[in-house]
Design a protein around this ligand. Structure first.
Ligand code: HEM
Ligand code: HEM
Length: 292
């Protein structure tokens, strides 16, 4: 996770400098020009034929070769990121090119297929490519929007402060629970000891805390029969208030962890899907040449 964390930091910085706008959208323009030419040539060729040119036509071969070349080059970003760079800006240009040329594959590779899809290895390669592209786009969206939300959500409260306030609420619950009978004390213990703040990656990403111990304890507390004496009643009311406050802090902290998980999580799709794509693509190319 340390890798992904450092990575997020770096990209956030880069977003700030604007890799999307790099050199006045130079790579966006190149990618668009590439797509326009490809669409033009494709449909010009198609007009003179009875059916759309397939992957096996001359234009299909050209588009397929360009697409495969681009994919291999895009996949090299992982390597490029890890070698010592001659400067920050060269990497910025790489990421800019990566994003726009990566997006252009939706046009180039789709034209290559001649819109012929089926349940086969060729379409598998295509689907994996789309998965990589969509996850990349989600990553860009995440970098562009989530850090502000993280900031907005957090307000003036930092992660450390949140943890401290949960600890402080736990201590207060412990004190308030002293005069309580067994049933009440057990609920305080449940909230203090069994509440899980973070949990696994999936739990954080989905904000899936339906079974939160603090919430269950609060629900059971509300369902308790009326207290036997005023001291008990007062302690129970205080305990309920504390649980409510704790629920609010927990919700805020978990929302923050959800955002952080998303900022890191898209790469867990982007990178493995890239490897699967390279494998499927190799099989696709090998199989078409095998049946040549
Ligand atoms: C050097 C690169 C490539 C070569 C030489 C190549 C070759 C071919 C050939 C010859 C066909 C026609 C097969 C047929 O008509 O039965 C084809 C179809 C296809 N290619 Fe490629 N291709 C390349 C790259 C790619 C890439 C990058 C993708 C997508 C990720 C892709 C996805 C497909 C799909 C989905 C079809 C349609 C298959 C079908 O007819 O069911 N190809 N390719
Ligand atoms: C088939 C096309 C693509 C392939 C094979 C591909 C592959 C990769 C690989 C291997 C990395 C390096 C990850 C790492 O090691 O940390 C990467 C990073 C990245 N990709 Fe893609 N990618 C593709 C398309 C896209 C698209 C279309 C977008 C955006 C719309 C995108 C956005 C990103 C971003 C933002 C990064 C992180 C860059 C950084 O850390 O500086 N990718 N991609």
């Amino acid at each position: 996770m340390t890798h992904a964390g450092g990575h997020t930091e770096r990209v956030k910085q880069r977003t700030h400098e604007g890799f999307l706008r790099h050199k006045h959208f130079m790579f966006a323009q190149i990618a668009t020009a590439l797509c326009v030419v490809a669409v033009g040539v494709y449909f010009f060729t198609a007009a003179s034929l009875d059916e759309p040119p397939s992957g096996g036509s001359w234009i299909g071969y050209i588009l397929g070769t360009i697409s495969a070349g681009l994919i291999v080059w895009l996949a090299c970003l992982g390597i490029r990121k890890r070698v010592i760079t001659s400067g920050h800006y060269s990497l910025k240009a790489w990421v800019s090119a990566h994003v726009y040329l990566g997006l252009s594959l939706t046009v180039l590779a789709t034209l290559h297929t001649g819109f012929q899809f089926g349940w086969n290895i060729h379409t598998l390669a295509y689907v994996l490519m789309m998965l990589v592209i969509v996850s990349g786009a989600l990553g860009i969206w995440a970098y562009a929007t989530l850090p502000q939300r993280l900031h907005g959500n957090r307000g003036e409260t930092t992660r450390k402060q949140m943890l401290e306030s949960i600890e402080s609420l736990d201590r207060q619950m412990h004190d308030v629970a002293q005069p309580l009978d067994r049933a009440g004390a057990e609920l305080a213990r449940m909230s203090i000891e069994d509440t899980e703040l973070g949990g696994g990656f999936w739990t954080r990403l989905t904000n899936g805390y339906g079974n939160c111990a603090n919430r269950r304890a609060a629900a059971r507390l509300r369902a308790l029969p009326p207290a036997s004496n005023p001291a008990q009643a007062e302690a129970l009311t205080k305990l309920e208030q504390l649980m409510q406050q704790k629920a609010e802090v927990l919700a805020l902290a978990r929302r923050q962890m959800q955002i952080t998980a998303f900022l890191e999580g898209w790469l867990f799709v982007h990178i493995p899907a890239t490897f699967a794509l390279l494998a499927a693509l190799t099989a696709h190319i090998a199989s078409v040449f095998a049946y040549w």
